[in-house]
Design a protein around this ligand. Structure first.
Ligand SMILES: [Zn+2]
Length: 233
C-alpha cells in the first residue's frame, strides 16, 4: 500500500462495515500519526431485527462513535440516508463529494461495491450503491462544475484524492501488514457494536469478534494483513 499520505476518509453504508477487518489497518495508520475520518451513509437503523429503527438509530450511532474511538478516529459523521434503501445517484454522490471537499483526503476507503463477495455470496444494495458512489465522488469532488452548489456553499474543489482503497474485494491488489496490537484494537472496535452482535449471534460476543477479525486478516504467508483493491487516480 502507498504510505505517502496523511489524510484518509472512510465512507461506508452502515455502522460496523469498517469493523469487520478494515479497522485493523486503520489502527495501524492512526498509530503512525495519520488522520482518518469516518462518514456513514446511514445510521444503521434497519440492522437489528428486534429493535425499532427509532431506537436502533441513536444506539448504533453511539456504538459506531465508540468503535471509531478505539482505533484512534474521533471524526464520525452520518449522512442520514435511509438504511436498506440507499439510492445510488446524484444526491449520494453530492453528499460524499461535499465530505471529500471538507476533509481533503488523499486516500478514500470503502468496502466492496461489487454484486457479490466472490462466488455466489450476494452483496447488499447499500454496499453496492455507496461503494460505487465513493469511486465516482473522488472525481466529482475535484470538478467545480459538477456540483456548483457546493462551491457556492464555500466548499472549494478538492482534486487531491490519489487512491480509493476497497476492502472486502474478491480481487485484492494491495495489503497492509498488521501486528497483534492492531488486531486487538480491531477486535475491541468490533466488540463496541455489542447490541448489534448480541442480536446477530448466540456465540459469545468477544469470541465472535476474535474469530471474525482473525479470519479476515489471515494471509497465506502467515502474517496478518488487511487487503484492499486499490483504484489509482
Ligand atoms: Zn453493511
Amino acid at each position: 500500500m502507498p504510505d505517502d499520505w496523511t489524510r484518509a476518509l472512510a465512507v461506508v453504508a452502515h455502522p460496523d462495515d469498517l469493523e469487520y477487518g478494515t479497522a485493523a489497518a486503520i489502527a495501524r495508520w492512526t498509530g503512525e500519526g495519520r488522520e482518518i475520518s469516518y462518514l456513514l451513509a446511514t445510521r444503521g437503523e434497519a440492522g437489528i431485527d428486534i429493535l425499532d429503527p427509532a431506537e436502533a438509530a441513536p444506539l448504533r450511532e453511539r456504538e459506531q462513535r465508540a468503535s471509531a474511538a478505539v482505533v484512534g478516529v474521533t471524526s464520525v459523521e452520518f449522512l442520514g440516508h435511509r438504511d436498506g434503501v440507499i439510492e445510488y445517484g446524484t444526491v449520494l454522490r453530492r453528499d460524499i463529494a461535499a465530505a471529500i471537499r471538507r476533509h481533503r483526503p488523499e486516500l478514500l476507503i470503502t468496502i466492496n461495491h461489487r454484486d457479490t463477495w466472490g462466488g455466489t455470496y450476494w452483496n447488499t444494495p447499500d454496499h453496492r450503491a455507496v461503494g460505487r458512489a465513493v469511486l465516482d465522488a473522488a472525481a466529482d469532488a475535484g470538478n467545480r462544475w459538477i456540483f456548483p452548489e457546493l462551491t457556492a456553499d464555500g466548499l472549494a474543489p478538492w482534486n487531491g484524492v490519489r487512491w480509493v482503497a476497497v476492502s472486502g474485494s474478491s480481487s485484492p491488489t494491495h495489503s497492509v501488514g498488521v501486528d497483534d496490537t492492531h488486531l486487538e484494537a480491531a477486535v475491541r472496535s468490533l466488540l463496541e457494536h455489542r447490541t448489534y452482535i448480541e442480536a446477530l449471534t448466540d456465540q459469545d460476543p468477544e469470541e465472535y469478534c476474535r474469530d471474525f477479525v482473525a479470519q479476515v486478516t489471515s494471509s497465506s504467508g502467515g502474517r496478518a494483513a488487511v487487503s484492499f483493491e486499490l483504484f489509482t487516480r
